[in-house]
Design a protein around this ligand. Structure first.
Ligand code: GDP
Length: 440
């Protein structure tokens, strides 16, 4: 699922990888590639265009965080936009009411009957309710049989009226049956057609009027791409449904439906279904889906952590100091503090795609900064502010005071000097964190 899209986006971000800064030119190129990737994933042109326009605006307006590289920043921007595109928050189903009625609608073959079974199983096991399945597809005896088999598998009773040609009556009778037999959620599977037609719409509408569902779910085959979106629009215009169920995400789907539906019908995707087994159902979380599409969920947390620790005021002061070549060991110490606040070093490494795996067997010492901090803390205020005064005898004293060696003190002084030079060279923002990381 989404593999192609993931690869393509990954390649688009790579364009920025070697870049030190986000600029008009490299953003334009990256955004063009992102748009192509979306279009190839069968996202509609309008949705893809709006999406990339937003990404571009955000990328160029971004206060580039210096602890984060442009490629990572772009990943974060695209991630957040994907989450928004897919609706932002997870939206749960409404199963209040006694019984709560859930109406399942969609085209024939979309996976309605299979989903009805999965939903019943979900409601039973995850919501602790007693569902009843209702076979409302009166045209295909096979559909009734299929639902009965599914019901048996998951031990949920199935209400049928074999021979009846009146789905509205069946639904009403089923609700009565549910009340009498202690079922508090009624799931009504309806008949679909191969394409949207008036008779089908009218029938579902009639059932809706008769049973007043708390939830109408529109089921759509994600493999049908753009058609899925058009069908969703037609059903929504007619039924004003509450949520979308995307099926067959396990297949060779390019993902376009998942990305376009929300912005076209303005209804949340509530479930995704990926497989024919009864437990192959997932509640839809836009955030997690975006993580999956980008194949690098953890970088998002990393950027967020950096943003949390990013004190704009402090950064501005630092920038001034760097410009005036006044960056000193006190600043260095406070930068270490910021990195430490972001968390355990190994955890941080684990959030960088690829690095976590590489570092798995390498021991990153949580106390990596300890020696550095000890050395800085053994300096006098004068030495911290003005490292140039640290001569041979001062180095010896600092080494003794910090329990380190003169070599270690020398190494830190050299790193500090290199970092300072590098920071001075890079205009346009405080590079303390990134610079220091490199220095280490
Ligand atoms: P309905 O006509 O809308 O009721 O659709 P069905 O539930 O009968 O499903 C049509 C076909 O799609 C059946 O062969 C199902 O086994 C299959 N199917 C349904 N959901 C999924 C899914 O999530 N993944 C896969 N691979 N197949 C599915």
């Amino acid at each position: 699922m989404f593999e192609n899209l993931s690869d393509r986006l990954d390649r688009a971000f790579k364009l920025l990888k070697g870049e030190g800064k986000i600029t008009d030119i490299n953003v334009a190129e990256t955004v063009k590639d992102i748009r192509k990737a979306l279009l190839d994933a069968d996202v509609s042109y309008k949705v893809a265009k709006n999406f990339t326009d937003d990404v571009k605006k955000k990328a160029l307006g971004q206060d580039v965080l210096n602890s984060v590289k442009p490629g990572q920043m772009m990943t974060k921007i695209v991630h957040d936009e994907l989450v928004q595109l897919m609706g932002g928050e997870m939206v749960d189903i409404d199963i209040k009411g006694s019984p709560a009625v859930i109406l399942i609608a969609g085209l024939q073959g979309s996976g309605k009957t299979t989903f009805s079974g999965k939903l019943a199983s979900f409601i039973k096991s995850k919501k602790g309710r007693q569902p009843l399945l209702v076979a409302g597809d009166v045209y295909r005896p096979a559909a009734i049989q299929q639902l009965k088999i599914l019901g048996e598998q998951i031990s949920v009773p199935v209400y049928t009226e074999e021979g009846s040609k009146n789905p509205v009556e069946i639904a009403k009778n089923a609700i009565k049956f549910a009340k009498d037999n202690g079922h508090n959620v009624v799931i009504v599977d309806t008949a679909g057609r191969l394409a949207v037609d008036e008779a089908m719409m009218q029938e579902v509408e009639n059932i809706k009027k008769a049973v007043n569902p708390s939830e109408i779910l529109f089921v759509v085959d994600s493999m049908t791409g753009q058609d899925a979106v058009n069908t969703a629009k037609e059903f929504n215009d007619r039924l004003n449904f509450d949520g979308v169920v995307l099926t067959k995400l396990d297949g060779d789907t390019r993902g376009g439906a998942a990305l376009s539906i929300r912005s076209v019908v303005d209804k949340p995707i509530k479930f995704v279904s990926a497989g024919e087994k009864m437990d192959a159902l997932q509640v839809f979380h836009p955030e997690r889906m975006a993580d999956r599409i980008l194949g690098m969920g953890d970088i998002v947390t990393l950027v967020e952590k950096a943003q949390e620790q990013y004190d704009a005021e402090q950064a501005r002061n630092l920038q001034k100091k760097i410009a005036k070549d006044q960056f000193n060991f006190n600043d260095f110490l406070s930068q270490i503090g910021q990195i430490k606040k972001m968390g355990n070093l190994k955890d941080l490494a684990g959030m960088i795609p690829g690095l976590g795996k590489m570092m798995k067997n390498i021991d990153i010492d949580d106390n990596a900064f300890k020696g550095i901090e000890a050395i800085i803390k053994s300096m006098t205020p004068l030495e911290r502010e003005n490292p140039a005064v640290i001569n041979g005898s001062r180095r010896k004293r600092i080494a003794e005071g910090s329990g380190t060696t003169i070599q270690e003190v020398n190494r830190l002084l050299k790193q500090f000097e290199d970092t300072r030079k590098m920071m001075k060279m890079m205009s346009g923002g405080p590079r303390a964190m990134g610079g220091m990381m490199k220095g280490m």
